[in-house]
Design a protein around this ligand. Structure first.
Ligand code: IDC
Length: 483
């Protein structure tokens, strides 16, 4: 069973974790930071903070999340986010082989417009869970929008008549024979469906064609939580997964030169800290590579519903320690210095220790120079608001001061309620100012800025813009409320 697979994986992760834990026992204290960031159209380094929006899109007939522009306005006002990992799906992009649904892309573009108006950046995530909604017979399975699973269209779902039995947890469907076979056919491990990966890459080209000239869409997350079916770890990641990424990247680059292509490792195991065997993806664009690494983090104890305390906390810390090492290894050694976005992490915010875990992950992301999209904005105890609109602890957790767009390369930054400090290597080629978000709670009125010239401080948008001398090298800016 997957529970067994899960404990095997957790066991392997822990063994690895223990052998590499520093003797002081201070897990996750590595000082690696990326020197590579996604850039905006003005060349500024982006520090991205936001949500996955949204799980509700997965099986909606029109493929749209139950998330309105008013919901975005509330999020923007309350949390100062600047990023979204927006869920799209292959079944919606290519409902029939070779036919790309432009009306669907119109709906996506409308939502992207809401984000654009508020200065966000968007990463489109080609989502899947357990391959497709067509894995089980159901009224809606024929469109690929069935109740269990999401992602691939029905026409690309070949279970070869193998069973998919009802399971208690959604993750358990991954090892049902019919689902395993659907993946084996997709990756052409069966040798019967070489066309499916080609379709997938071309579906990405259709998406990229639509958004190539859109400055708000900065990244394409090629596949949510890849699963290799009967291929696992190296045979999968270094094999068909790397191959699919390369083909999709090549397809995207025939129409879009500038957006980042984000790749993720196998989910099971690597989300829990096991090293990844992903291979190098070569970006055919002229100039620097624009490949980003977008792993997820789901320590097993939290996923199984334990809180962040006691043994569960010890195991979670061990997971995070090996996870960071594994992220660094792929981003640096394999992908050649790729920016990192934590595409998903999340938990039930009512679990004991949830606040401490959230703080711990955001601290790690800050230290690593990684963007973050929390799973997810959907209403409920995992999200920022319950279904009746009551805020959870996430709202205050997210609403912190942070630099959003930096006119150079961030070296380090930190913030408390009423102070922000940012050090960056100035890039004289960037003329747009550095942009910093300052929540009202700690910065209610006038502010004091040291180390750079203030360009503007807008107490409505809560955005401070600053500029340093063109010949400056390393710049340290501190911001606090005026005395
Ligand atoms: C979960 C949703 C849940 C849904 C399930 C299957 O929260 O309502 O039933 O997907 O579609 C992931 C996945 C992400 C999961 C999330 C939380 O990428 O789709 O959402 N998660 O379980 N990987 C690890 C956790």
């Amino acid at each position: 069973s997957l529970v067994l697979a899960g404990s095997l994986i957790a066991g392997g992760g822990l063994a690895a974790a223990q052998s590499s834990l520093p003797s002081s026992g201070s897990a996750g204290s590595g000082d690696w930071t990326t020197t590579s960031y996604l850039k905006d159209e003005d060349g500024r380094s982006l520090i991205l903070r936001g949500f996955n929006t949204a799980s509700s899109a997965k099986s909606a007939p029109d493929g749209m999340p139950a998330f309105t522009e008013a919901d975005l306005e509330r999020e923007h006002e309350a949390m100062g986010t600047n990023f979204v990992r927006f869920l799209i799906s292959w079944r919606s992009v290519e409902p029939e082989p070779g036919r790309y649904d432009q009306a669907y892309l119109d709906r996506v573009e409308d939502r992207v417009g809401w984000y654009a108006e508020r200065g966000y950046k968007v990463m489109l995530d080609m989502h899947q869970d357990v391959y497709s909604g067509a894995i089980m017979a159901d009224d809606t399975a024929g469109t690929g929008a069935g109740p269990i699973g999401n992602g691939a269209p029905a026409w690309a779902t070949y279970t070869d008549g193998l069973p998919v039995e009802k399971q208690d947890r959604w993750e358990l469907y991954y090892i049902q024979p019919g689902v395993m076979r659907a993946f084996d056919n997709f990756w052409n491990t069966t040798g019967k469906h070489p066309e499916l990966m080609e379709h997938y890459a071309n579906a990405w080209r259709a998406v990229a064609e639509r958004f190539a000239d859109n400055d708000t869409v900065v990244a394409y997350d090629l596949m949510n939580e890849p699963w290799g079916g009967s291929l696992q770890f190296e045979t999968f990641e270094a094999g068909p997964l790397t191959d699919l990424y390369q083909r999709s990247t090549n397809a995207i680059r025939t129409v879009d030169q500038d957006s980042w292509v984000c790749v993720a490792p196998q989910a099971v195991g690597v989300n829990q800290g096991i090293p990844s065997a992903l291979g190098k993806i070569t970006d055919p664009r002229a100039g620097e590579q624009r490949i980003a690494y977008c792993p997820h983090l789901y320590p097993l104890p939290l996923d199984l519903g334990d809180g962040y305390s006691g043994v569960s906390k010890t195991l979670t810390d061990a997971t995070m320690h090996t996870w960071r090492a594994s992220i660094e290894q792929v981003a640096t050694d394999v992908l050649g210095g790729a920016p990192v976005i934590l595409g998903e992490f999340g938990l039930d915010t009512t679990l004991p220790g949830a606040q401490e875990y959230l703080d711990r992950v955001y601290t790690a992301a800050r230290e690593m120079g990684a963007g973050v999209s929390y799973w997810s904005s959907d209403p409920g105890t995992w999200g920022p608001y319950l279904t009746d609109g009551t805020p959870t602890i996430l709202v205050d957790t997210m609403n912190k001061a942070y630099p959003r767009a930096v006119a150079g390369t961030p070296v380090s930054w930190s913030s408390s309620v009423d102070r922000l400090e940012l050090t960056y290597r100035n890039d004289p080629a960037v003329t747009a100012p550095t942009e910093i978000y300052l929540p009202a709670a700690g910065f209610p009125g006038d502010i004091t800025v040291e180390g750079a010239d203030v360009v503007g401080w807008d107490q409505d948008s809560r955005l401070l813009t600053v500029r340093s001398a063109a010949d400056a090298d390393d710049v340290t800016v501190t911001v606090s409320p005026a005395a």
